[in-house]
Design a protein around this ligand. Structure first.
Ligand SMILES: Nc1ncnc2c1ncn2[C@@H]1O[C@H](COP(=O)(O)OP(=O)(O)OP(=O)(O)O)[C@@H](O)[C@H]1O
Ligand SMILES: [Mg+2]
Length: 243
């Protein structure tokens, strides 16, 4: 299997000398289903922002699909192949109607209007938002906004999905349906990275996981084995506690 994402000795700081990622190194193979966990402020969102070139590493390298993301000329190509779900849907949605918002991705890929219509309708159906096409995306509930942001990604058919807290604000049946959909895409070869605090979903859903704490990887490996480690449970909790 080929590596589709590689972080190679990555350091990052938003403010001088305040490192939020320290010597982070890992790679993700095509077709992997990877959960990224860690407490608030651990650096999960920062990792994703690096992968789509929103920020650049201070040192080290990040490459996606073999392409160096620190080079500005490569960003368009990467963003066509990588679907990035922002943690906060308000950072993602922008159009005046739900329909137009979801249509942005497929239009950007150069699909014709008939193909765009098909992609948008199918994606809105997947997230049970087919009756909201004409609504303003800003006048929705938080979970509905998240559903629209997810539909935007599904309409693009990306090769890689970077999902930042995709299940937060979703009702549990919708979260379940969404994770099943993502698994179906994964079976077709889509690589999926999911940053999440929903450790019960992560344990069941992901094969592999990475646990970050204070900008460093403290565990990498099988996601069920992770919760047998005291140092992991101490920082991200025990998914069985509420059962
Ligand atoms: N735009 C920013 N400017 C300055 N510092 C930031 C910025 N964004 C994040 N940080 C800091 O970087 C660190 C890592 O933040 P990040 O958002 O990557 O954490 P996270 O693991 O995604 O947390 P959460 O679980 O709360 O989403 C935190 O200490 C945070 O305060
Ligand atoms: Mg975050």
């Amino acid at each position: 299997m080929r590596n589709v994402i590689t972080y190679d000795g990555v350091d990052f700081a938003y403010h001088k000398d305040e490192y939020v990622l320290k010597k982070v190194a890992f790679s993700v193979e095509q077709g992997e289903k990877l959960a990224i966990m860690g407490p608030n402020g651990a650096g999960k969102t920062t990792l994703f922002k690096l992968a789509v070139g929103l920020i650049k590493p201070l040192s080290g390298k990040v490459s996606v699909l073999g392409i160096d993301v620190t080079k500005k000329e490569n960003l368009k190509k990467i963003r066509q192949k990588v679907g990035y779900l922002f943690q906060n849907p308000d950072d993602q949605i922008f159009a005046t109607t739900v329909w137009e918002d979801v249509a942005f991705g497929p239009r950007n890929l150069g699909l014709n209007e008939e193909e765009v219509r098909e992609a948008v309708e199918a994606a809105l159906k997947e997230v049970l938002m087919e009756n909201y096409g004409k609504n303003s995306p800003f006048h929705l509930s938080e979970g509905q906004k998240k559903r629209v942001a997810i539909a935007g990604l599904l309409a693009m058919e990306p090769e890689i999905l970077l999902l930042d807290e995709p299940t937060s604000d979703l009702d549990i049946p919708t979260a379940k349906t969404f994770l099943e959909k993502i698994s179906e895409l994964n079976r077709k070869g889509v690589t999926v990275l999911m940053a999440t605090h929903h450790i019960f979903f992560a344990k069941k859903w992901a094969q592999e996981c990475i646990v970050l704490n204070n900008g460093s990887i403290i565990y990498q490996g099988d996601s069920k084995e992770a919760f047998k480690k005291e140092e992991v449970v101490k920082v991200i909790g025990d998914p069985d506690y509420f059962l």
